[in-house]
Ligand binder design. Structure first.
Ligand code: 3H9
Length: 705
């Protein structure tokens, strides 16, 4: 046996340990499933087995699901159908063995791993912090296809099962016990004892009645058909409000569960199988799976060969929205945070902001009041430069004012340790320039977080010309520790994300000036899948910020990124967006309406069609993205796509900006860019990289066009 070890004691208590060779994880590859299938056939006829415990030998991992590579590779209906049927049959076989089976869930138990556990007679989980139990298939654009939609609701109820699958929710052992998903939850060290106890109770014939009495299963009202119809409709409404219908998998989960309810397992599995067959072959699923693998690569990416230092004590200077958010992200990882503030009032304000983030988490039941209080105890503040001598790390998040920032660094260098890292959260100022005048420029680095910090996963890591490798390694590790995805980008005005995003926002303002309709442009972008329209985004970020950045980008990139005169005019009128209740939209009432005076700034009256809006908005970004690749601002197209998805909310179902570009094709992109250039100006001139790729018939994701 390659994947499983098997043993049985004198009492007939058998144990099957999943132990994939040369791997840190257990995955149900087709090969592992074949071996499991053969084992079940063998064990089925063993009359001596009283109970079978299924365990894992991997630290922190029970079973991470079916093999996502195999799902990605499936390219025809027959193939995916056979694949899903194979998994369904296997777990049905497990369900029907003539002895009780128990899944011993210690560590990650996801997708097919949980589906296997659901086919067991009982489940025991541990309180281990690695134990996470759930069906995250929807995140990959598919649904649980090895019986997950058919077995989960029988344990946790109809509405809860929909909520868990549609939300790709991962549960800790304790929560899984509370919901009835597992039958016991014990500390890791107690698992062997629990196993013995379960084994003995099975031998004594008393376990089943005891467990069944505890199980909740379906709620009584969920058995009433009209109630289920209402639950189903509400669930769909919530999904549509969140996804605008761009993601078919969560809707399909709800349909499958509704249609299959009350049918036999065989019929239910058939409905589930057909739905997976449709979903798995869509480009949406392939795109989401590709993004999953990019995120897996980024998890391991250190962007440096040096060894990272451990950060235990940090300090923050600049405690506005960004500084407070970053302070929270550090403190949430139990890293001490000392705030350098101008006054006790600003310290109090920062503490309230941090506390508010925790309040949200507390409301969702993820942290107790006591845990929050313990964390908050690790935040201190000072108005003078005292108590910073032990800090390993300083994050500066003051206004975008070079002189002010440099003054602060000079003051901090007097009190910080020689090897403490200084990071700036600047979104636009050159790191090399900021480092000028520092005594130790090698330990200075850019860490550009996105707003709101607690929700946005991206951090752009920017090395100045003197930043050393150890500093990069340390901030990369620290960002990951903070639960973020760091991507190293080369120093260039706007770094990566804003450099690509700003031309898109600017193009929207130009379309408006020419006569375009704000609402129509925003709706077209929303329909494409952007999380909000371009004008709504400018209002959210702040028209004044947009205007400032457009000046910086104009200085750096010249003609193709003109300063935004429209935004300047709006700043003059104090139409700064949401913060002033007025920008392109008016935020005076509950639902934003168009700023009725905005049309006074319109210069032309040329109406635009949707196709032109999309071409101008998206191709200006694609063109700039290719320049970023050309200049090595980012390592590759995949990292760039991940940065755009995480930093701007570029629709994940499209796989990212350049993966979307691949669906258009480089030749066509160049053709449209040339048309746009003739109509609207040289900013649409195709980049050298695009022309080169066309000549070599290349695509961004590899392979010929
Ligand atoms: C499913 O089950 C569908 C079914 O319903 C059937 C439908 C028909 N497949 O990240 P790590 C790789 S869908 C393939 O270092 P960690 C991972 O990419 C599946 N590969 O460990 C990495 O590869 P490499 C539902 C997988 O501790 C290596 O294993 N399951 C899979 O940081 C080591 O991983 C999921 O969505 C997989 N299922 O994180 C779980 N899982 O060494 C996806 C892992 O080449 N996986 N690998 O870079 C995860 O979320 C994380 O990998 C996990 C471990 C938390 C498990």
């Amino acid at each position: 046996m390659k994947y499983f070890n098997y043993k049985m004691d004198k009492q007939g208590i058998a144990t099957l340990r999943f132990d994939t060779p040369k791997s840190t994880v257990n995955i149900f590859t087709s090969e592992a499933m074949r071996e499991f299938d053969e084992l079940l056939d063998m064990l089925y006829h063993d009359k001596d087995i009283k109970a079978l415990f299924i365990e894992s030998s991997k630290e922190g991992i029970f079973i991470a699901g079916a093999d996502i590579h195999e799902i990605k590779q499936a390219d025809n209906k027959k193939q995916i159908d056979a694949y899903v049927k194979n998994g369904q049959d296997l777990f049905t076989k497990l369900e029907n063995v003539p002895f009780p089976t128990i899944a011993m869930i210690d560590g990650v138990c996801l997708g097919g791993g949980l589906e296997m556990s659901l086919a067991c007679s009982y489940r025991i989980a541990t309180t281990n912090s690695h134990t996470r139990i759930g069906l995250p298939e929807v995140k990959l654009g598919i649904l649980p296809g090895f019986g997950g939609t058919q077995r989960l609701y029988k344990l946790v109820g109809y509405a809860k099962a929909i909520e868990l699958i549609v939300g790709s929710k991962l549960l800790r052992g304790e929560k899984a016990l509370k919901l009835g998903l597992v039958d016991a939850c014990v500390p890791r060290g107690y698992l062997e004892f629990k196993k013995e106890e379960f084994g003995q109770e099975i031998v004594d014939g008393i376990l089943d009645a005891k467990i069944q009495a505890k199980r909740k299963g379906l709620l009584w009202y969920e058995k009433i058909a009209p109630v289920r119809t209402v639950i189903t409709k509400m669930a769909k409404k919530q999904v549509l409000a969140k996804t605008a219908g761009h993601y078919p998998a969560p809707l399909s989960v709800i349909d499958v569960m509704y249609e299959s309810y009350g049918k036999s397992l065989e019929e239910g599995l058939k409905i589930e199988r057909e739905a997976v067959g449709l979903l798995a072959l869509t480009p949406i699923s392939k795109n989401l799976i590709e993004l999953f693998f990019i995120s897996e690569i980024l998890k391991k990416e250190s962007f440096s060969k040096a060894k990272a230092k451990e950060i235990q004590q940090s300090s923050i200077v600049g405690t506005g929205t960004m500084g407070s958010g970053i302070a929270w992200a550090l403190n949430n990882q139990d890293i001490d945070v000392r705030l350098k503030v101008r006054s006790s009032e600003s310290a109090a304000k920062a503490v309230v902001k941090i506390r508010n983030i925790y309040e949200g988490i507390k409301k969702r039941g993820r942290l107790s009041e006591r845990a929050v209080a313990l964390k908050m105890d690790k935040i201190t503040s000072a108005t003078e430069y005292v108590g910073f001598q032990n800090c390993d790390f300083l994050l500066e998040a003051v206004n975008e004012d070079s002189a002010l920032k440099q003054k602060i660094y000079a003051e901090f260098e007097e009190v910080l340790k020689e090897d403490a890292i200084i990071a700036s959260n600047t979104s636009s100022i050159s790191i090399s320039n900021l480092a000028k005048g520092l005594k130790h420029p090698h330990r200075f680095v850019g860490m550009h977080f996105f707003n709101p910090v607690e929700r946005m996963p991206l951090v752009e890591i920017i090395a100045g010309d003197k930043t050393d490798d150890e500093t990069i390694a340390t901030v990369v590790k620290l960002s990951k520790q903070m639960g973020k995805t760091p991507i190293k980008v080369k120093e260039s005005a706007g770094f990566l994300v804003n450099r690509i995003l700003l031309p898109y926002l600017k193009e929207a303002t130009l379309m408006f000036e020419e006569g375009g309709d704000i609402k129509m442009i925003d709706k077209t972008l929303l329909d494409f899948g952007m999380p909000m329209g371009a004008f709504a985004l400018i209002d959210t970020v702040g028209v004044d910020i947009g205007a400032k950045v457009s000046v910086i980008l104009h200085e750096a990139y010249g003609e193709r990124m003109q300063e935004s005169l429209l935004m300047n005019e709006m700043v003059g009128k104090k139409w700064l967006g949401k913060k002033m209740q007025k920008g392109f939209y008016d935020y005076g009432s509950k639902k934003p309406t168009l700023n009725l005076e905005i049309t006074t700034l319109q210069k032309g009256s040329t109406a635009l069609d949707k196709e032109t809006v999309l071409h101008r908005s998206l191709l200006i970004m694609i063109n700039e993205a290719t320049r970023c690749l050309e200049e090595d601002v980012v390592a590759n197209a995949r990292y760039l796509d991940m940065a755009m998805v995480m930093g701007t909310g570029f629709p994940a179902f499209r796989g990212g900006l350049l993966r979307y570009a691949d669906t258009i094709g480089v030749d066509k992109i160049i053709k449209i860019l040339n048309q746009l250039r003739a109509a609207y100006g040289d900013r649409f001139t195709p980049s050298h990289l695009l022309l080169d790729m066309a000549q070599k018939e290349m695509t961004f994701y590899g392979g010929a066009s």
